[in-house]
Design a binder for this molecule. Structure first.
Ligand code: FEO
Ligand code: CA
Ligand code: CA
Ligand code: CA
Length: 657
């Protein structure tokens, strides 16, 4: 989540959660059920059921710490593969941050890369030495991207049309073609036919599903309500079993502005008092006003275009194998601060997509497609995500989880409550989930599906806003600054089932401090713990990998830089963690993404020098372009710190970890 100015914030409609506290502790015994689940890593194949434990990790952990560089476990190479400003398309000019332009940025790798997905070439081959990387670009940091420009203050002094254009071009996504050479390292395939930039300002997209064409999606530029320029706030995502890329529009509310709000000083956003989308926008923190785009392009101004913000906040599906394809916003998956989208094929062939809403007290969602996947044809699955059932999760105190379907006409989802069709439910997903009694969570983020065990893991990153009066069975710590990982089990491996079970895998933070109330394996090393889990991945051996994002609070949550951790999920080692990679100061780690053979690992290092630079001993101030806590990865005094992809391989070859 971007550390941005949020003037009015978001307003939860959820009532305080009922008292299901203190009900249960560790509960095991759901493993080994008969499972049938395919993953994006193994298209069309159904994973065999197994109750066997996962192999141990076999690397020497690196310790907590923080400095200007990245670190990886001994015996591994971690090489920078792609940096902000490096050329993506053949037309890209050399990166010159002193003379950056929107046109150049639209051909170069964007800023703050978050999601990373690998698509083997040729498609379906499982090739681990040649593929496409599909990468999201989430948000901009003015004071690190532009010389002479500090962070925007409330009046956006310093903002120009060109800067707004560069920012819109720096957000969205990149598709790059990569290959592993005989020496073992990864390189970019130059002049790739498939290389592509997708941006907030220039890529035409289509809206599909129940909200497409609805009056609430129509604007002065689009009378159809089915076409929109751009995607924004692309945080995490996922790859589908049919080889498309799902990009999640997360904190899109930050992109929107309002002159009325700019001119006012008030507790309640005055821009919404007479706005037709008042209730909807207030729930989502619109206008978030973290960019000055609304000054230069009317569609980002909610006073002038009442509905443009309803055209963001979706999951976007992109076909990386067709560089001319039009990305599609899939409204059936709901509209909220989508952190990501993790998909799998259920045993009955239907496609499951899990997506978390990363905000304080928001919900966890599941989509189940109406139709089964067609394994014979990619094209036959091109509208699979337009028809299905979206549901929100209710976590019960007895260890059960109930999926609550968000279906028009069911229960409270009726005209009396302002829902006149499935389109209204898609547009105001949060409010529909409020009425059904979904469980408000501590900023749910990453999801990883463990195909071999019929389960998934969900990262709850932290929630400093949850008071002692709102604790429940899942959320047992008030003002939690460390987060936790929850394990969800689908009965018999059926991910379309109405009821799951859940358990806490780890409660993060320092196990040596009783006040933290952390939960790890009792044999954890003094450094064998982390805080603020964000992105998750399960590797080919069924082991969990956790990327952390402590934000500006790292000094208080762990005292260490963010990193990538390996975490055991099976007895007898369940809850043992080891740090594999550590980011430079101010950065979070995102991704992670393995090749099918498990021998290469791609990570995104996002916003180096940014988060908590004031707490970095020896620096102690906010970073700027000219004066940054680190100049990773170039360490060139003429270059600012640059968000980058890192490719990790084992020296001499072999599986990671
Ligand atoms: Fe963009 Fe929730 O992280
Ligand atoms: Ca995060
Ligand atoms: Ca993040
Ligand atoms: Ca995240």
């Amino acid at each position: 989540m971007p550390a941005m100015k949020v003037r009015f914030g978001q307003v939860n409609g959820a009532a305080a959660f009922g008292d299901i506290a203190s009900a249960r502790l560790t509960r095991r015994g759901f493993l080994g059920a008969g499972l049938a689940l395919a993953t994006a890593a193994a298209p069309w194949h159904t994973a065999a059921a197994t109750a066997a434990g996962t192999p141990a990790f076999d690397f020497e952990p690196i310790g907590h710490g923080i400095d200007e560089r990245h670190h990886v476990a001994p015996g591994y190479d971690a090489r920078v593969l792609m940096r902000w400003g490096d050329g993506v398309t053949a037309a890209a000019p050399p990166f010159d941050p002193e003379r950056q332009s929107a046109a150049a940025q639209a051909t170069q790798f964007g800023y703050n890369n978050d999601f990373i997905g690998y698509l083997a070439l040729p498609w379906g081959s499982g090739n681990s030495r040649h593929g496409l990387l599909c990468v999201n670009h989430e948000y901009c940091i003015e004071e690190l991207m532009f010389p002479g420009l500090g962070a925007y203050d409330d009046d956006f002094s310093g903002a120009t049309r060109e800067i707004a254009g560069i920012e819109m071009a720096a957000i969205g996504g990149s598709i790059i073609e990569v290959a592993r050479g005989s020496g073992g390292g990864w390189t970019i395939v130059p002049a790739s036919r498939l290389a592509r930039r997708i941006t907030a300002g220039g890529t035409m997209m289509r809206l599909a599903g129940p909200a497409a064409g609805h009056a609430r999606l129509k604007t002065s530029a689009d009378a159809s309500g089915k076409q929109v320029i751009g995607t924004a706030a692309n945080c995490s995502g996922g790859m589908t079993p049919w080889g498309t890329w799902l990009s999640a529009e997360e904190h899109f509310n930050h992109c929107f502005g309002s002159d009325i709000a700019d001119d006012a000083e008030a507790e309640i956003d005055p821009a919404l008092v007479n706005h037709p989308e008042r209730r909807n926008y207030r729930r989502l923190g619109i206008p978030g006003r973290s960019y000055a785009w609304s000054r230069f392009a009317r569609r980002w101004n909610i006073d002038l275009e009442a509905n443009e913000a309803n055209r963001f906040g979706w999951i976007v599906e992109i076909d990386p194998l067709d560089p001319k394809s039009i990305p599609v916003k899939r409204t059936a998956l709901g509209r909220f601060n989508h952190e990501g989208a993790s998909s799998a094929v259920n045993g009955d062939g239907r496609v499951i997509v899990y997506s978390a809403d990363d905000y304080y007290f928001e919900y966890f969602y599941r989509f189940v497609s109406a139709r089964a996947i067609d394994p014979a044809s990619r094209a036959a699955n091109s509208d699979l995500l337009d028809d299905g059932t979206l549901a929100a999760a209710r976590f019960d105190a007895d260890g059960g989880l109930v999926w609550l379907p968000l279906v028009f006409g069911d229960g409270p989802l009726v005209p009396d409550n302002g829902f006149h069709s499935q389109a209204d439910i898609a547009i105001e997903t949060r409010r529909a989930a409020d009425l059904l009694g979904a469980t408000p969570m501590d900023r749910p983020e990453g999801v990883a599906i463990d195909a071999k065990q019929g389960r998934l893991f969900l990262a709850l990153t932290k929630n400093k806003r949850r008071g002692a009066d709102r604790l429940d069975a899942v959320h047992r710590r008030a003002h939690d600054r460390w987060g936790q990982i929850v394990e969800l089990t689908a009965p018999g491996g059926d991910h379309a089932a109405r009821r799951f079970t859940w358990d806490i895998l780890v409660a993060c933070g320092d196990p040596a401090d009783p006040a933290v109330a952390a939960r790890w394996h009792p044999d954890s090393a003094p450094d064998g713990w982390f805080a603020c889990p964000d992105n998750l991945a399960v590797d080919g051996a069924g082991r969990l990998w956790v990327a952390t994002d402590q934000g500006g609070g790292w000094a208080k949550s762990s005292g260490s830089a963010d990193g990538l951790w390996a975490l055991h999920t099976e007895a007898p080692r369940r809850g043992l963690a080891a740090m594999f990679f550590r980011a430079p100061v101010g950065a979070e780690v995102a991704g992670p993404c393995f090749t099918p053979d498990g021998e290469s690992l791609f990570l995104n290092v996002q916003h180096p020098a940014k988060d908590g630079a004031r707490d970095y001993a020896g620096f102690g101030r906010k970073s700027r372009f000219e004066d940054a806590a680190t100049r990773w990865p170039d360490f060139d005094p003429a270059l600012p710190p640059r968000p980058s992809i890192v490719a990790i391989t084992r020296q001499g070859g072999g599986r990671i970890g």
